[in-house]
Design a binder for this molecule. Structure first.
Ligand code: SF4
Length: 353
């Protein structure tokens, strides 16, 4: 994807994106049904870039990210298709052993609930040091010193003392910081963070956003899942909008915010109320099985939106890096280019306030 200020300097180091995902398809199979939770998703992340994936519950955001390194539970998930290239090397179809060496070492995950990353019977220091030694970074005194420095970096006060405390001795926000420190222990190239600011209060959320912003200055790329447009506006270089397992719009954060083109993106922005959570309406049973997945809700739907696959991506005249999956942006489309890409203009600075 294209990138703005944060990634301009770093992406020149290599013309290849750090991560490239092409046509990813992951099915969820239960006794009652089988459906594509991720249906032909393609995007990329440059070195040092922050890409935010936004969308409602059930849109496929988390399954997409968990499919990258195979941490999505299989079964019930089954990755059936797609090409995933990381740092120039194909990793789709890699063995569990190969994926284990990439996880944590090159691609680290942070989850909404920090408990997923923390073991209650070990001190936080032991867990950070273990993350380093597993990935061959360092051991002994130098590992402990680096663990203290990581705790300081993520904003844990009195890190020299607190390194010997257990997870239950930390507040929820502090536990999330410790989880980020563990994720950073092996100095990953890409941090994949799934709603890391959802379970904490607004003050802690602001500090975590600041921390993640500092990380991008350190050249770590971030793939961030969030439903919160304020977080997107504060952090993202690029935005990927998902609905019903597919990407419907993608582009640089400035132009997606100022010219939200897909009717679903416009609905997300129109419902923005400071919390930015539209009522989740993408229950699987309501989604059309062909054509545009958003058809049942779309005020601009017409017969051309039915049948076949999800519409192709068309670039906007205003920005070749900004593209939308909607028939009205095809050469023969129109409906006033979906009301001239939203009459309600949003700026990044307005939303991030
Ligand atoms: S393709 Fe049709 S149904 Fe889908 S968003 Fe565009 S106008 Fe709406």
């Amino acid at each position: 994807m294209s990138s703005n200020a944060n990634s301009t300097t770093t992406s020149t180091r290599s013309n290849e994106p750090l991560l490239s995902v092409d046509g990813l398809r992951t099915f969820i199979e239960t006794e009652r049904e089988q459906f594509p939770a991720v249906d032909g998703v393609s995007f990329s992340v440059d070195r040092g870039e922050t890409v935010c994936i936004v969308g409602e519950s059930g849109s496929g955001k988390s399954v997409t990210c968990e499919s990258l390194t195979g941490i999505v539970p299989q079964p019930p998930a089954r990755i059936t298709d797609g090409q995933i290239t990381f740092d120039g090397k194909r990793i789709d179809g890699a063995s569990e052993r190969e994926l284990r060496s990439i996880r944590g070492d090159r691609i680290a995950h942070v989850f909404q609930n920090p408990q997923q990353a923390l073991d209650p019977v070990y001190t936080v220091g032991d867990q950070i040091v273990e993350a380093m030694t597993i990935h061959g970074q360092r051991s002994g005194t130098s590992a402990r010193e680096r663990a203290i420095s990581l705790l300081r970096k993520v904003g844990i006060p009195r890190a020299d003392d607190r390194i010997d405390e257990y997870p239950h001795e930390f507040s929820g926000g502090m536990r999330q910081r410790v989880a980020i420190a563990i994720a950073l222990a092996a100095d990953p190239d890409l941090l994949v963070a799934d709603e890391p600011t959802t379970a904490v209060d607004v003050t802690v959320q602001a500090k975590l956003i600041e921390l993640l912003r500092d990380l991008t200055d350190d050249d770590t790329a971030i793939l961030l899942i969030t439903h919160d447009l304020r977080v997107v506006a504060s952090l993202a270089d690029s935005v990927v909008v998902m609905y019903g397992g597919t990407i419907v719009e993608r582009g640089p954060v400035d132009t997606v915010f100022s010219t939200p083109a897909h009717p679903y993106t416009q609905a997300l922005f129109d419902s923005y109320d400071g919390l930015s959570r539209r009522n989740d309406r993408s229950a699987r049973g309501e989604l059309p099985s062909d054509g545009c997945r958003f058809r049942a809700e779309c005020p601009y739907a017409e017969p051309a939106c039915e049948g076949g696959d999800q519409p192709d991506f068309y670039t906007l005249d205003s920005d070749a890096d900004h593209s939308v999956s909607c028939v009205h942006f095809s050469p023969d489309g129109d409906p006033e280019r979906v009301l001239d890409a939203s009459t309600e203009v949003h700026s990044v600075s307005e939303v991030s306030r």
